[in-house]
Design a binder for this molecule. Sequence first.
Ligand code: ATP
Ligand code: MG
Length: 673
Amino acid sequence: MNQPDTMPARILFVDDEPDFEKLIRLRFRKFIRNGEYEFTFASNGQEALEELKREPSFDMVVTDIQMPVMDGLALLEEIKKANLLLYTVVLSAYGDMDNIRQSMNQGAFDFILKPIDFTDLKTTIDKTLRERQVLMQASKAEQLGEENRQLSELDELKSRLFTNISHELRTPLTIITGITEQIEESPDRWLNKGLKMIRRNGHSLLNLVNQILDLRKLEMGKLQLHLIQSDIIQYLSYIVESFYSLAESNDIRLEFESEIGSQMMDYDSDKIVRIVTNLISNAIKFTPAGGEVAVRVNSSVQANTLSISVKDTGVGIAEDKLPHVFDRFYQVDDPETNAENGSEASGEEGTGIGLAIVREFVKLMDGTVKVESQVGVGTTFEIVLPIRQQAEIVKAASDGGPVKLPGIVASASRPAELLLPAAESSDQLPSLLLVEDNTDVVQYLVACLEDHYQLLIARDGQEGIDMAIERVPDLIISDVMMPRKGGYELCEELKTDERTSHIPIVLLTARVDDDSKLSGLKKGADAYLPKPFNKEELHIRLRKLLELRLKLQEKYQSLDHENGEEPTIEDEFIRKIRQEIEGNIDDENFGITELGRAIGMSRAQIHRKVKALTGRSTSIFIRSIRLHKAKAILQNTDLNISQVAYEVGFRDPKYFSRTFAEEFGQLPKAFRK
Ligand code: ATP
Ligand code: MG
């Protein structure tokens, strides 16, 4: 190894012979002087081990086998146990094959026989060092690979976090900027309500930022406990209470049960709020309407612990996902993959930080948290905290807990009823279905739209789908990330359902990356509006869509649209109606009711769909089909006009002639050959 400009190879010699060190130094002095080697000497295994512990940077060991205190074989054993990246060469008396074999079995790299031939020793040392270098390089490459992998994982985690966080940030920001405009425009109407909304959304932004900062502090081990001694039961019931309206607006029964009336103990009120808030909001978020969330508290006298459990009857968490829910940024169902797969569970908002914080806070309070869950049945989180009574006693205020709750919990009650414009009078306006779970966004949209549209409001994708089918609105605006069913699923279902396929859908979303835009359009969305949007932009989009629909109406009014284009689901629908009517064309009683029965839609559904597609009422549309048929008969047969009228289901020939003239601008006889 002639590389004087690199670091000297560090070699530990272990031998009990008194003159060994002197001899070696003498024989190798040239190489030591030019910096090729650096030697350290120990006189038995024990000493060698201590040396290795003190100075872990040795490259290799040359050791005798027969030594007092700890022999070479024992030393090899220890080196192996310590998992050191060390190559060992053993020195052994000539003919001592047993020991040599045994030491090689124990992981020695090579051996040299005594008396030592120094050229042989140097060659062996160099060969060993070379081998070691190869090994080091390989392990370094592996390590680099691992580091790379971890880095790219971190990267992915980060970009996912950013996407999630930007969603969480955009929603409140949209409301704040939007409502501000609203207040500017009509302060009388919006000042009070608007300020409340701005405050609430400001709080949720603050809360989000706090969560992120907490995580950061946790990461750096800087989070501190501020313990007080107080009645925790009262405090917990106070926190739960603040969730009643949120639960109610989600049709979820929220219960608080405590086996004990009160429990004085040390706790950090801030951390307790965060823990319980996270658990309850998860429970509400992941429980469908009609479900239950129960918060139960009890204490164990023997263990001197308090247990708080939050149990829901929600969607549950799959067994293989369960161990990960406490991981930072982990969310069981990635909304985007879901939308792509069109799977049942749908995108929930959130960043995946909540439970990571719960775990860290609980740990900070020397407690434990565990989770049990069954998919489709429900989930229970249980927290167990030690009961200690050392902190300063703080008396509870009469209006609730000892410390004021941060203004984060429980976003408003149901807005829909409160806010729906007095609809009756606006019957002429186009109807618009809003599908959005965020109360404040709904309020903002209502403010933007109520003067121009008749509004219907659904609070999640499923409700939106049901309402769209029942009411067949003229337009739909839907959020993407919503409980139960998301916007993509809504699009997909409505666009493939004959009753609703014609309704233009605008997706509102915070996800501004092109991927989700594409997946939205692929599912049939007609337009895509990223949050935050402004009022003008929204109006223009909607107007455009209504204009497009007028074009569509022209197309279907002409009734002869078979132009070789691929038939759309709309063409199919019109074709089916026409077929039904033509099949019953001489039946004067065949009207909208009969048509509905024949194609399996209610009167109202047919009425709205036909109106949307053709701009005409169903009876006028039916009549128009009859008249077109009549025109064809007039042109191609010799039947007289009364006969033609009967053929197409008119009993009164005069009435027939009059409506015919209305439709075509000329009397029937003008079409005679
Ligand atoms: P954040 O709390 O940061 O707003 P999040 O609620 O998605 O976002 P966590 O609270 O950490 O994040 O929860 C992580 C994941 O665990 C959730 O996304 C959800 O998939 C799952 N999860 C948590 N609680 C429940 C529950 N009660 N029922 C079903 N799944 C749950
Ligand atoms: Mg959460």
